[in-house]
Each structure stands twice: as structure tokens, then as C-alpha cells.
Design a binder for this molecule. Structure first.
Ligand SMILES: NC(=O)c1ccc[n+]([C@@H]2O[C@H](COP(=O)([O-])OP(=O)(O)OC[C@H]3O[C@@H](n4cnc5c(N)ncnc54)[C@H](OP(=O)(O)O)[C@@H]3O)[C@@H](O)[C@H]2O)c1
Length: 272
């Protein structure tokens, strides 16, 4: 696998399903102003960036309240919710359904589109986590299952444990600064048909000041954010998240999808 393998598209396949999901979406971590974030999310959905990531661990529950507010304005089918659930919710399969139903009530929905445990943990056995995930999916509270921040070896372990479901998505850090997944997770995802949801794609804004990113941006008459996002979403099987509370950034981030980096750009960015 090399970074030269590119796959540009507005939507990409979800795992091995027949569904496609938006190549770019927004997360709800580290929001400063929830009123602005609500406006920005609604704009993002209007522009087709409708994959929204949320977690029970973000902002003491305020990110889940934000989803409820969003859903008061749109149909449930207009957004695709990927949910990163805390291990504590999955620590006992017999109570996982009840705990997850509370989460869904807080968000004002009956289901999430992809449910993923937040990280591989020593506190709860993987067997227990998998049983709890399956129980939640059996009840129709999650359409699909995924994993957040699991290594290839750990993903394989889960694939062997799951009886009725597949892993459609794996969430992982990926940016111009953090390229480790190009060596293992991207080739694995291409081979096994898993969608990667890249997060921290702008390194919380730090990547925007890098001279090489700025140089490539200037060459194309684009912004640093558009180059940094495009570098990530250009990869096969990779969709991405960023986070913004500004409508002007939503519009700018949407336009990142249409940029086409060339080999010279990719060579430069791969050295960063
Ligand atoms: N699996 C995990 O462990 C994990 C970890 C981290 C994050 N996540 C998820 O991934 C999401 C994204 O990650 P992140 O929050 O770390 O975001 P990020 O994409 O690394 O950076 C977001 C920052 O970039 C700024 N930004 C966005 N668009 C911009 C633009 N066009 N120009 C200039 N600045 C721009 C935002 O500021 P403004 O708001 O001012 O626009 C914000 O400060 C999170 O919200 C969360 O849902 C998951």
C-alpha cells in the first residue's frame, strides 16, 4: 500500500454493505459554543456532510443534547450518527441495552447508525464488550457495529468473536502529521472492506500552520485546511471527521472534497 493509491469520491462505501456514506463529516468533541455548533452542524448537513460523530463521554453529555436539538430540525434519515460509546456502558451485556436506551433518549433517537466501543480497554474483557455490542444491535438500537482506536490485531480478534455482525467502520487518528495507519490499517481496511473514519484530521488546527501544507495550498489557490483534509480523504476506504463551530469553515471544509492533489503534492506532504 502506498500513499499514491487515491480514491476521491463525495461518498464512500460503508464496510461491505450496499450503503455509501459522506466522505466528510463533523465531530462533536471540544465544542466551545453549542449555539454556534448547532448552526454549523445544520449547515454541514445541508451541504451533504451528514456523518455526525458523538459520544456519551463528550462535554458531560452536552454533545448528545446537541444531537437532540439538531433532530428537532431535520428528519432522522438526514444524518448518519456514528457513536463512540464508553466501555462502562458495555461492561455488562445484561445492562448494556438499558444504559444505551438512556443514551438514545438523551439524543432523541431510537438508534445510531454505527456503534463503536471507545478504545481497547483492560477494564472490560473483549468478550463482554462484543456480547454487549451484539445485544444492542439485536435490539435494533444500532444498525451497524464499528471500533474506535483498535489496532489491526485487535480488530481481527473482534472479527473472530462476532457471530452475527460485521465490523463496518474503524475510527482512527489520521492526518498530515499522523500517518501510521498508512502502513497497516489502510491496507487491512482495503483488503477486508472496512471503512476508516479518520479523526483529528486537522490536529486541532496545528496542521494549518505547517509550511509544506501552506505551500501546497498556495499552489492550488486553496486553504491549508482544504489541503490537510484532502490528504486524508484521498485514501481508499477513508472518510474523515473534522470539528467546527463556524459556518464559513463548514463551507470551506466541504470544498476540500473537490480538490485534486497531484503526485508532487503528495510526495511533499508525505515527508511532513
Ligand atoms: N476516536 C477518537 O479518539 C477521537 C479523538 C479525537 C476526535 N474524535 C472525533 O473527531 C472529531 C474531529 O477531531 P478534532 O475535534 O480533534 O478536530 P480537528 O479536525 O483535528 O480540528 C478541529 C479544529 O480545526 C478548526 N477548523 C475546522 N475547519 C477549519 C477551517 N476550515 N479553517 C480553520 N480551522 C478549522 C476548528 O476550529 P473552529 O471550530 O473554530 O472552526 C477546530 O479548532 C472530534 O470532534 C471527535 O468527534 C475522535
Amino acid at each position: 500500500m502506498s500513499y499514491h493509491v487515491l480514491d476521491y469520491a463525495n461518498k464512500k462505501p460503508l464496510g461491505k454493505t450496499n450503503e455509501k456514506v459522506a466522505t466528510l463529516g463533523l465531530g462533536t468533541l471540544s465544542i466551545r459554543d453549542f449555539v454556534s455548533a448547532e448552526r454549523a452542524l445544520l449547515k454541514a448537513i445541508e451541504l451533504g456532510l451528514n456523518v455526525i460523530e458523538v459520544s456519551d463521554s463528550y462535554a458531560f453529555g452536552l454533545s448528545m443534547d446537541l444531537i437532540k436539538k439538531i433532530l428537532a430540525n431535520i428528519e432522522r434519515s438526514e444524518i448518519f450518527i456514528t457513536f463512540r460509546v464508553s466501555p462502562i456502558v458495555l461492561s455488562d451485556p445484561s445492562t448494556a441495552i438499558m444504559k444505551f436506551e438512556q443514551i438514545l433518549r438523551k439524543m432523541g433517537t431510537n438508534f445510531v447508525d454505527v456503534l463503536m466501543p471507545a478504545g481497547y480497554t483492560d477494564f472490560v474483557s473483549l468478550d463482554t464488550v462484543v456480547k454487549a455490542l451484539e445485544a444492542i444491535a439485536d435490539k435494533g438500537l444500532a444498525r451497524y457495529l464499528g471500533l474506535s482506536e483498535f489496532k489491526v490485531r485487535q480488530i481481527n480478534e473482534v472479527l473472530h468473536m462476532l457471530h452475527k455482525y460485521d465490523v463496518v467502520m474503524v475510527q482512527s487518528r489520521y492526518s498530515v502529521f499522523e500517518k501510521r495507519i498508512e502502513k497497516d490499517l489502510i491496507p487491512f481496511a482495503v483488503k477486508t472492506g472496512i471503512t476508516i473514519q479518520a479523526c483529528t484530521t486537522l490536529e486541532k488546527g496545528r496542521v494549518l500552520k505547517h509550511p509544506v501544507v501552506l505551500q501546497v495550498a498556495s499552489k492550488h489557490g486553496r486553504t491549508a485546511a482544504q489541503v490537510a483534509l484532502n490528504y486524508v480523504i484521498a485514501r481508499p476506504r477513508v472518510i474523515a471527521l473534522t470539528k467546527t463551530e463556524r459556518i464559513e469553515h463548514v463551507v470551506e471544509d466541504r470544498e476540500a472534497i473537490d480538490l485534486r492533489l497531484d503526485e508532487e503534492d503528495l510526495n511533499k506532504l508525505s515527508m511532513v
